[in-house]
Design a protein around this ligand. Sequence first.
Ligand code: PGA
Length: 219
Amino acid sequence: MKKLFVANWKSNKTVEQCLEWLAEFEKRSSFLDLLNKEVVVCPSFIALESCYRFICDKKLPISLGVQDVSSFAGGAYTGEVNVEQAKEFATYAIIGHSERRIHLGETDELISRKTALAKRQDLTVIFCVQDENTLIPGSVDIIAYEPIFAIGTGNPDTPENVARVLARLSARTSKKRFLYGGSVVATNVLSFLTIDQVSGLLVGGASLKVDSFTALLTA
Ligand code: PGA
């Protein structure tokens, strides 16, 4: 199975900056060996459609994901983006990121409602867990282990501990696809990718520039 490289752009980039990134990626894509890799880019909702059109137009080998979905199916929920709207452009949905738990007060219950709705729209759910004990709904497709201490700190978890946590998660859930996320950069990417259970990476900071992201793909 292809290794997944998921770029989580968080609340960064205007639409124009997203398109600049994609245009730069396009220039390099012919030099990248993507045979065994799948690239997923998760921009802000506001840039989703423009990115989608650009990717289709240029036939770029990139899938799109959303960073969140509404916990409501749709209707009178001001400001929310529902799963049906997400599905127009995205294949993947990141759900349960610790930044949403911490800064937006998302609870396990809310996150599991989001997961159920996303699955109803056939979105592939990348479910973020902060440790081996995080509650995980049965229907998730991919589990991303992202310890809070490692996110955006330059202080990644050790490959040994990642392997240990993923083994525990795998025993608990019988899931097969796991990502690691938290301060992944070109110099440590191989130490995570070579862990047996790791099917890919969820990348924040190092995904914002094409240079540092393609460095992960070519490491
Ligand atoms: P980071 O973020 O790569 O900047 O540590 C990872 C994430 O939050 O998904």
